[in-house]
Design a binder for this molecule. Structure first.
Ligand code: TA6
Length: 265
């Protein structure tokens, strides 16, 4: 059916390769594989905030749960593949960063498709707010010959350039750093012309989609990414970020989901 690799650190899906296909998830050859360190590639879990901490610059980017050791929950297998569950709740590692009770259950279904469902529960007695993303790195043979379809007519902000909301016209192409937060709940398709395949990205519980490629200069700045790596991946992230903030009351749950499947050209 497929092969894959998942780290307990961050409950981080590092690899997924359906039988007969090339790897779907990009993993940097310079990724740092040490406890409590974010892993460059695969599917980092960004929670309970996306991007820089909203008020405290000393906090890690993209939240703290991708830097913590999760525990394994239920594991099962059937003819379509394996289902693995990873768990994380508030504790001494989380409270200093984010003083709220929570429970996370990540459910990963891996076979000829890959599903990732992050079940988020407010286990406390008062409401809190969150953002977050499934920060998925997808392989392409050459980003300069790739396109993201399905965001046409949606609005985005280019996170480093300006807060202006811009309307997307047609496919998203890559000829510079692209770091965009789209207001979109839609399925998108990553067309890898040189690799002659399309990755279909469905999502749920997500009001925003992030599309990122670091291009040349940012790749050179990232120590855990080869300088010449930028042509070989695009991040397409099921997110709630920017003005798309989720409020959870006591006992309430929200699920952020992403499903990946391949289509040949
Ligand atoms: O999702 C895009 C982004 O927010 C980019 O701005 C870039 O910072 C990327 O995430 C990687 O962030 P990281 O903290 O994993 O280096």
């Amino acid at each position: 059916m497929a092969s894959g690799r998942i780290a307990l650190n961050g409950a981080h899906v590092m690899e997924w390769t359906p039988k007969g296909s090339k790897p779907v998830l990009y993993m940097s050859p310079l990724a740092v594989l040490e406890p409590f360190k974010a892993i460059r590639g695969g599917i980092p879990i960004c929670w309970p905030w996306f991007g820089p901490h909203p008020t405290d610059a000393s906090q890690p980017a993209h939240g703290f749960v991708r830097n913590l050791m999760w525990t394994v929950g239920n594991v099962s297998e059937n003819l379509t593949g394996v289902t693995l569950e990873f768990l994380l709740s508030d504790g001494p590692d989380s409270m200093p960063c984010w003083p709220h009770p929570f429970s996370l259950r990540l459910e990963i279904k891996m076979g000829m498709t890959l599903s990732v469902d992050l079940h988020i529960t407010n286990t406390g007695a008062s409401e809190w707010s969150m953002t977050g993303a499934l920060h998925t790195y997808l392989c392409v043979d050459d980003v300069r010959d790739a396109a993201v379809m399905g965001l046409d007519d949606s609005y985005y902000v280019e996170s480093r350039l300006s807060p202006d909301r811009i309307e997307q016209s047609g496919p998203v192409y890559f000829d510079r750093e692209v770091d965009r937060l789209y207001d979109s709940r839609d399925t998108v398709r990553l067309m890898d012309r040189k690799g002659r395949r399309t990755v279909v990205v469905d999502k749920g519980g997500s009001r925003a989609t992030v599309v990122w490629n670091p291009w040349i200069e940012k790749s050179q700045r990232l120590n855990d990414l080869p300088d010449d790596a930028y042509p070989f991946f695009v991040c397409i992230e099921a997110a709630n970020a920017g003005h798309q903030i989720i409020n959870l009351g006591p006992g309430e749950e929200h699920t952020l989901s992403q499903r990946l499947r391949l289509q040949s050209f």
